[in-house]
Ligand binder design. Sequence first.
Ligand SMILES: Nc1nc2c(ncn2[C@@H]2O[C@H](COP(=O)(O)OP(=O)(O)OP(=O)(O)O)[C@@H](O)[C@H]2O)c(=O)[nH]1
Length: 304
Amino acid sequence: MSKQNEKFKSGFVTLVGRPNAGKSTLINAVVGHKVAITSNTAQTTRHRFRAILTRDDMQMIMVDTPGLHKPHDALGEELNTSAIKALEDVDVIAFLIDASKPVGTGDEWVAAQVRAVRGAKKILVISKADLVDRGVALEQLEAARALGRWDDEIVLSAETGFNVDGFVDAVGRWLPEGPKWFPDDMDTDQPFEVIVAEFIREKILRSYRDEVPHSIGVDAEQIEYDRKRDLYRIYATVYVERDSQKGIIIGKGGSAIKQVGVEARADLEQLLGCKVFLDLQVKVKKNWRRDLNQIRRFGYGEGI
Ligand SMILES: Nc1nc2c(ncn2[C@@H]2O[C@H](COP(=O)(O)OP(=O)(O)OP(=O)(O)O)[C@@H](O)[C@H]2O)c(=O)[nH]1
């Protein structure tokens, strides 16, 4: 083994924080392009998700978690269990706090979970620095420091790219020496169908307001590649809980779902680098959120 190989570092970093703290956006900024979905709706991230950054000197595997919060229903509980589990056996925990929101009980609750983890190095990250003055960001840092013992701290903006490299360097400082687990060109370990379904779900979260987004599940049940035409055919179903929601998702004369399809297709074509045919169906599955088996069937929570 060469000297360089001996010094190669690798390991896992888990990003935690309240819903909307900016975890998925930071992962996308680190990887350099979109691998995780983001939106203004809290709890956008439902899967434990891995994204990989490989440099000459290290490979960091980022584990995105659903935002931690006090659970209200079975889905909420499942998301929390999944997020807390992601804290075990990682090398580094990055705890994100939104610079633009006062440190509150939600952050304290997450901090308590982080404090309970032994072994991992802990980095305090003040996110969304572009939204506030420098002074406010530093005050926020000061307030967040009190929430635990931190091995490192950083103020950044995933949106503008400010200090994103600094974040990667900070993680690199705390990763142990280790092998390259994944090939250089691999940047996510999510199954293809999950990424496709997530891209569609993102468009729905962004297109509709109120209660509907929380009640949807997307299943990309059939994905075929037509080699001759260099075209993907994707058949996906959007599940809602109630008939009324089905009407909203579909829209007048199918106009709303059509718009979702157009936007999702554009994103998927960019992801896949070729033309995409997208077939979207909307079906009602009553109370799927309350039924744990159903949640697992949609691939949420543990066991991914
Ligand atoms: N201005 C600004 N907005 C940001 C930044 N990072 C994230 N956001 C926005 O904040 C919102 C939430 O970001 P996400 O990355 O989805 O947050 P998350 O922590 O993954 O959220 P959950 O999946 O709900 O846990 C989105 O609207 C982002 O565009 C940032 O650095 N600056």
